[in-house]
Design a protein around this ligand. Structure first.
Ligand SMILES: Cc1ncc(C[n+]2csc(CCOP(=O)(O)OP(=O)(O)O)c2C)c(N)n1
Ligand SMILES: [Mg+2]
Length: 370
């Protein structure tokens, strides 16, 4: 077997750079699905641009964009069923939007205001939604992986045969003990889960060459006894083929899969990072040429599904929707401060009563936007 024939060492691709496809691997999606994929990708790119600007204006404290990495979360969101579970890392929040979570409520998490389902108690970009079975990630890297494996295992034990869970990790988080614990449990107990590594080449300033000596991340799966497959993470059609096969396999009770999606973080790690300190503009430019949205757009144009006019109309419409949602969310006040100590105990013990009384007697926080 050559490297290219080995799914853990080769790179599964469908879309060529010129917009043509590998016919043998093409998942042959219908026009409406192709356009929905494109629309969702464009949407999160616009959200990211606008929210990074809001962060610079001091309206929100922190933001982590998925620019350049939109394809994996959008394809995942489109493929999942209503009862499936998602355990995201930093850059997969858009899955919630694809699964029908309202943008305004999603944004409220970033503002931490009273429209946030988590009541403003999480750092920005740690969104969750019970309505879409989406679990917030933890700022410390890795815990979402054993959580997802446990969730799938629980579903299996309860006989919920149609439910799968999907977990995400970055390349950097594969060095965390939780990654290895999750992969080992997945291999041994074979719950219906899929673990996806978004290999974007960097963990803040640490390159993949300092993260692992393995030939690829996908090959790590072999040691744990589960299939590993390496896919072009900037190729929407390849992701569709690989992820749908992995999800179906889990759904059929045939066990977990580990997927490495090769991609690149075009922007900064987060609003607190300056990537010019550790990587070259030439490298970024090389990856800009592989932009997943532009590449998919070339394919859609070649199929006659996107024209200059339809592209502009879609972008204008999405931008108007995003700006409307931002305006709507920004009028919300902070959560009432007396709520801060709710939900800890069923009945508040005396020491929390005391702290609550002190909190309420103290000075008020400034209103949002000031
Ligand atoms: C246990 C732990 N160590 C370090 C950090 C600081 N940190 C936050 S994000 C990050 C890089 C993560 O890289 P990767 O897993 O590749 O994900 P990416 O940000 O590239 O999507 C680091 C080191 C942390 N949050 N938790
Ligand atoms: Mg990374």
């Amino acid at each position: 077997m050559t490297t290219d024939d080995d799914p853990a060492l080769g790179l599964f691709q469908v879309l060529r750079d010129d917009g043509s496809v590998d016919e043998a691997r093409d998942p042959k999606l219908d026009d409406a699905t192709l356009l929905r994929l494109f629309r969702h990708m464009l949407n999160i790119r616009i959200v990211d641009e606008r929210m990074l600007a809001r962060q610079r204006q001091g309206k929100v404290g922190f933001y982590g964009a998925s620019t350049g990495q939109e394809a994996t979360p959008i394809v995942t969101g489109m493929l999942l069923h209503e009862r499936d579970w998602v355990f995201q890392a930093l850059r997969e929040g858009a899955i919630m939007l694809v699964r029908g979570f309202p943008l305004e409520t999603w944004l409220a998490q970033i503002y931490g205001n009273d429209a946030d389902v988590a009541k403003g108690r999480q750092m920005p970009m740690h969104m969750s939604g019970k309505a879409v079975n989406h679990v917030s990630w933890s700022s410390c890297l890795g815990p979402q992986l054993p959580q997802a494996v446990g969730m799938a295992w629980a579903a299996k034990m309860k006989g919920h045969d149609d439910v799968i869970s999907v977990a995400f990790t970055g390349d950097g988080a594969t060095s965390e003990p939780d990654f290895h614990a999750a992969m080992n449990f997945a291999g041994v107990y074979r719950p219906p889960c899929v673990i996806v590594c978004q290999n974007n080449h960097w963990a803040i300033s640490v390159p993949v060459s300092k993260q692992t000596a393995s030939q690829t991340f996908a090959i790590k799966a072999r040691a744990y006894g589960l299939p590993g497959i390496r896919v072009d993470g900037n190729d929407v059609l390849a992701l569709w083929a690989v992820l749908s096969a992995a999800f179906d396999r889990a759904r059929r009770g045939e066990g977990p899969t580990f997927v490495e999606a090769l991609t690149y973080r075009i922007g900064a790690h987060s609003s607190s990072d300056d990537p010019t300190r550790y990587r070259s503009e030439e490298e970024v430019e090389r990856w800009r040429q592989k932009d997943p949205i532009a590449r998919f757009e070339r394919y859609l144009r070649a199929r006659g599904l996107v024209t200059d006019e339809s592209r502009k109309a879609m972008e204008d419409e999405l931008t108007a929707e995003v700006l409307a949602a931002i305006r709507a969310v920004e009028v919300h006040p902070w959560p009432a401060r007396e709520e801060l100590l709710d939900d800890v105990f069923e009945e508040r013990p005396w020491h929390l009563e005391e702290q609550r009384a002190e909190l309420v007697a103290g000075p008020e926080a400034p209103k949002p936007g000031h």
